[in-house]
Design a protein around this ligand. Structure first.
Ligand code: FPP
Ligand code: MG
Length: 304
């Protein structure tokens, strides 16, 4: 097994505050299941890449910001998989939290992770008050006024505006990641918002494409869900070829949005590597079963 990197170590330490002596054992096991082993940890890694590009010398604040963002993301997946939403029994190649621990525990896991995220961030703000603006940034990205909660709720509306829905459900946390990365580096954060927004848009297009052309084995979750849940999908609306082309356009826009910074080259290199892993070779055929399997490393890179 690969040695945990600095981010995973900070995440594991932070987790010991979320799960303590007072945590009932079933809940403790379910919380751990929701967070470890993770998926690609894309949001915190983007946050760290931005902090480094923006000139952060000490990455401690950025790592704690990344932990907070990742915990909110994990919470959202636990709730998203529940029968009242997507009713998905598999996540990251294993049983979803509600499937293994029951629905009541899954609700509480989400609750515990959201509160835990803000606990981690609040403590990091005490250590480094320059991080304080990150608190409302993460709250807005998570909440009902246009964040994750709003994004999920748009799915229950009769005719949602697709761009607004995707921006809330997917883009918000990526925007928060780039903005918090810049805050942690002590630079003006708002110019970084467009980078996160474009990354989120690209991620959503790739998610829509993989839902059609990916396999359950490589994604570690059910595929074909956009059709099952009648959800808007770039891959269905545009067709596969045009959706891949749109993905290229959005990625180009994202790179163009990077503001002048201390080490833009390093960020471009990180993006090269991340995009190669996350946005795989173009497949133009819908998945027909689970015949197309890949190795475990690819599955981890793609798992959300
Ligand atoms: C996955 O989408 C789900 C989300 C991106 C967000 C879900 C948000 C909630 C359930 C609200 C909870 C709010 C907080 C603050 C925790 P998907 O179903 O398209 O992707 P998938 O195929 O990975 O499930
Ligand atoms: Mg889902």
């Amino acid at each position: 097994m690969a040695r945990p990197d600095a981010f995973e170590i900070v995440l594991s330490r932070a987790f010991t505050r979320i799960v303590g002596r007072g945590t009932p054992p079933q809940l403790a096991a379910a919380l751990r299941h929701a967070v470890f082993p993770g998926g690609a940890r894309v949001r915190p890694r983007l946050l760290l890449a931005v902090a480094q590009a923006a000139g952060a010398r000490d990455l401690s604040a950025a790592r704690h910001g990344g932990v907070a963002v990742e915990l909110v993301h994990c919470a959202s997946l636990v709730h998203d998989d529940m029968p009242c939403f997507d009713n998905a029994p598999i996540r990251r190649g294993r049983a979803a939290v509600h499937a293994k621990f029951g629905e009541a525990t899954a609700v509480l896991v989400g609750d515990g992770l959201i509160v835990g995220a803000f606990d981690v961030l609040a403590r990091a703000c005490i250590d480094d008050p320059r991080l304080l603006p990150a608190l409302p940034v993460l709250a807005q990205a998570s909440g009902a006024a246009g964040g994750l909660v709003a994004g999920q709720a748009w799915e229950a509306e009769p005719s949602p505006d697709v761009a607004r829905y995707h921006r809330a459900k997917t883009g918000g946390l990526f925007e928060a990641a780039t903005v918090i990365g810049a805050i942690a580096a002590g630079v003006e954060p708002e110019p970084w918002r467009a980078v996160g927004a474009a990354f989120g848009e690209a991620y959503q297009i790739a998610d829509d494409l993989l839902d059609l052309v990916g396999t359950p084995t490589e994604l570690g979750k059910p595929v074909g869900q956009d059709i099952v849940h009648a959800r808007p999908s770039a891959a269905i609306e545009l067709g596969l070829e045009r959706a891949w082309a749109r993905l290229d356009d959005v990625l180009q826009r994202m790179r163009g949005a990077i503001p002048p910074c201390a080490d833009a080259d390093a960020l471009h290199r990180w993006l090269d590597e991340a995009c190669a892993r996350l946005f795989p070779a173009r497949r133009l055929q819908p998945c027909t079963g689970d015949a197309l399997t890949r190795d475990d490393a690819t599955a981890t890179a793609l798992s959300m």
